[in-house]
Design a binder for this molecule. Sequence first.
Ligand code: GRF
Length: 192
Amino acid sequence: MIKSIGFKKVKTAVFISGRGSNLKSLIKFSKKKNSPISINLIISNTNKSYGLKYSKIYKIEKKIINFKNSHDAENKILKILIKNKITFICLAGFMKILSKSFIQKFKGKIINIHPSLLPKYKGLDTHKRVIQNKERITGCSVHYVSPKMDSGKIILQTKVKIGKNDSVKSLSRKVLKKEHKLYPAAIKKVFN
Ligand code: GRF
């Protein structure tokens, strides 16, 4: 459990690779009085992330870090995190795997959101696989990041019912809506 001291919000970085809808929901949450975190940095592995636009809209510093050499990339990120006094990391659609040594350095301080009821459906294309397997219930999970992908301790989950006519698109929309509520709730739980 991590405590935020007094009224000082915990300086947080959000790592993205794409659309950034969870980033947007986290930024909105962070601005609330009762949010334990402030978002001070956005990191993306590509300049093509649509979510980078929130840096401009909300005046949050952004850094684009090329992961061609992931060791160098992580070293760069570590320096930037230290410089910005970041002590908490939220992965939100970040498509790169962080190394064991990076995760160890931020042990218990990196969390991720995944669009399935973990431990079921780790990895990519969750909604497609869920529908193919004719599941009736799916959901989303926020978990601590451990060296094994999508396997760290679960913080919070929400269930979503799958309708007979749900497609990958309609299901991902439904789950995403829940994700935007689940991520802030999980962060509250982490700091409580
Ligand atoms: C979300 O479904 C999240 O659970 C997964 O990647 C997607 C990112 O969406 N890890 P967005 O970029 O936050 O819109």
